[in-house]
Design a protein around this ligand. Structure first.
Ligand code: OAA
Ligand code: MG
Length: 219
């Protein structure tokens, strides 16, 4: 009998959530940010996870919560300084993720030169779908990710628009931060981010491979 934990429930493991920002030029431009020449990285704590059935909570200190739909990469095999050529061997699968962002607070942090923690790392800032096994997405560098708010399509991108590819990101990140089984990498959002309010319903998907629905609430 094996007591090994099952990576399909990675969100219960308390592992790292490493986020890549500005990985789609059209999103960098819509927020008037420069298109990066190196990946922009930040972290969310595992307490940010929320699963379908529980609401996304607007932080009390924010009046401009944004959705960012992103492809999440679930690490199956850890490593440090993983070469790009073998990076995909470290992937167990994928998850659809939302990088919920208190945009008003992020703008304030940016102007003061402060870290984004309050804008990005609060409770429920990382809604995630079910685990999607690797075999279900043979080419993660070419899948459609989409998001609707109250049935209106707001984001409709393709991972082929990423500036830094998944193998590049795994290699780059693992040079700085050792990757472990159960870690999640959020690969950045395409254009179309917008505000959500209490009672809104968010629906998002990776093509028709996986979809998820969340309601927004206030504490
Ligand atoms: O907050 C931002 O615009 C950076 C980010 O997370 C993304 O591009 O996905
Ligand atoms: Mg993001």
């Amino acid at each position: 009998m094996s007591s090994a934990r099952n990576v399909t429930r990675f969100w219960e493991w308390g592992k790292k959530i490493i986020c890549v920002g500005r990985n789609y030029a059209d999103h960098a431009k819509e927020l008037k940010n420069a298109v990066p020449t190196e990946p922009v990285l930040f972290l969310k704590p595992p307490s940010a996870y929320v699963k379908e059935g529980s609401p996304i909570l607007v932080p009390q200190y924010s009046s401009n919560l944004h959705h960012e739909v992103e492809l999440g990469v679930v690490i199956g095999k850890g490593g440090t300084a993983i070469p790009r050529t073998s990076a995909m061997d470290h992937v167990a699968g994928y998850a659809l993720c939302l990088d919920m962002t208190a945009r008003d607070i992020q703008d304030e942090c940016k102007s003061k030169g402060l870290p984004w923690t309050l804008a990005k790392a609060f409770n429920t800032s990382c809604p995630v779908s079910e685990f999607v096994p690797k075999e279900k997405i043979p080419d993660p560098g070419n899948v459609r990710i989409w998001l609707k708010v109250n049935d209106q399509l707001r984001q409709d991108g393709n991972t082929s628009q990423m500036i830094f590819s998944i193998p590049f990101l795994i290699s780059y990140i693992s040079e700085i931060i050792t990757l472990e089984e159960g870690d999640l990498i959020l690969t950045g959002t395409p254009k179309g981010v917008s505000n959500v309010q209490e009672h809104d319903e968010l629906q998002a998907g990776i093509e028709d491979i996986v979809s998820m629905t969340f309601r927004v609430d206030r504490l």
